[in-house]
Design a protein around this ligand. Sequence first.
Ligand SMILES: [Zn+2]
Length: 228
Amino acid sequence: MNQGPVQGADAINHLIQELNKLPGIGPKSAQRIAYYLMRAPQEQAIQLAEAILSIKQKIKLCTTCFNVTDSDPCVICRNDRRDRSKVCVVEQPQDILAIEHTGVYKGLYHVLHGAISPTEGIGTNDVRIKELAVRLQDGVVKELILATNTNLEGEQTAMYLNQLLSPSGINITRLARGLPSARNWNMPMILPSPELSKEDSNSSFIRILNMPGGVYGRKKPFVPTNSG
Ligand SMILES: [Zn+2]
């Protein structure tokens, strides 16, 4: 609700409310920061406000792959040396960093910005699935690699994408990932296959399960794990 200009105590309450919306900032921290800023030099408050504004003005989403970028299309999408016939689907922009870090994948990406989660009310329209379907229509992409997380939401999302997009004739594979590393449980770990020949290494850069006859070919209903 837009309350218009606020003054005095209203102004500080307004700032507390806004700070309280930030992750990891509870009501007490929000209050502490708000009163700190009230007493801080004017320049410090202005610098903070400008830093917040500039990430909103300069950082945007690539209109092709929805990665975060300061230029559109992003550096990966506009790189002529990337293989345009392959798209790796990930949940978050930081998943791209993990895959790029391995240096073995040379295709493009698509960031969903989440995963389907009926329990949290996140449906197919809340992630960038429609945009992916539109992107695949021109027939350039021949292979889709589903690299969503291996938790329930990631698996449900991969299964949904497989059902939705396999009639298009695109080769759909699921990224087989190793155990999460201790340093970050959210980062996918890519396992390069040493036995792959050089010609194979780009299309099967990791151990991949072919979906039609693979894990999703079987009837394997999801059993909710929450017991209460
Ligand atoms: Zn892009």
